[in-house]
Design a protein around this ligand. Structure first.
Ligand code: CA
Length: 238
């Protein structure tokens, strides 16, 4: 299966170097050197992955990410950033990017990340095929086939990571997971010192699914461990 990758990066030397390595691995690669043409390209064709530079002239990487995530087509996004402050990283993940890499990065590391994303996509596709059953627990309904979520009858829109987290929890009600386990399962590997990214996503999920997100009844904190989806919620179907 030939994978296609769109690189949106204004540093043309970097973009071309990365493209050359990816083509050697038989990926189909397209280049865009600014946000606007990148967005156009991403919407004109379906890509398997987008490598997206954060700092772009004009429409920047975050805005590109935001606009792409507003569409229903779900393409994994790997953010490239020279800004290493944690806030920026979190924002990158919260915007719906699937992963990020701090510049300067090695080609070997980039290729490893890309392969990890494709492995995860394959795993997700096969688990969707084998188990596309919609789940309904305590007023929350989640449908892996359509990626739709309703909360007490209302549609809610989740980011890719929020969706995967919720699906994982609802498939395993009552089971507690550590932040490191959740990172590993949903992001594909542990980002060192990155557990607070999980907390952010849990808080956002709570705001979307709990009746009172300051007193969660569904996504519970398990002190000293991490989080679980309430098994009691699973008992009374709603
Ligand atoms: Ca740049």
């Amino acid at each position: 299966m030939t994978r296609s990758i769109l690189i949106i990066e204004d540093e043309q030397e970097v973009a071309k170097l990365v493209a050359r390595h990816l083509r050697e691995l038989s990926y189909v690669v397209r280049l865009a050197f600014d946000g606007e043409s990148g967005l156009r390209e991403a919407q004109a064709e379906i890509y398997d992955l987008i490598l997206l530079d954060l700092m772009l002239p004009g429409v920047d990487g975050l805005e590109v990410c935001r606009r792409l995530r507003a569409k229903s087509q779900y393409t994994p996004i790997l953010m490239l950033t020279a800004r290493s402050s944690e806030v920026e990283r979190i924002v990158g993940l919260e915007m719906g990017a699937d992963d990020y890499l701090i510049k300067p990065f090695s080609i070997a590391e980039l290729l490893a990340r890309i392969k990890a994303i494709f492995r995860r996509m394959d795993a997700m596709a096969s688990s969707t095929q084998s188990d596309a059953t919609a789940l309904a627990i305590a007023g929350i309904r989640i449908d892996p086939a359509t990626r739709e979520v309703t909360v007490r009858g209302c549609n809610v829109s989740l980011t890719g990571k929020e969706f995967e987290l919720l699906l994982h929890f609802m498939r395993n009600p009552g089971r507690a997971y550590s932040r490191a386990q959740l990172l590993d399962m949903v992001w594909g590997y542990s980002h060192e010192g990155y557990e607070h990214a999980v907390n952010c996503h849990i808080n956002r999920l709570r705001a979307k699914i709990e009746q009172d997100h300051s007193r969660p009844k569904l996504l519970l904190t398990v002190w000293g461990v991490g989080y679980k989806f309430s098994a009691n919620g699973a008992d009374h179907k709603g």
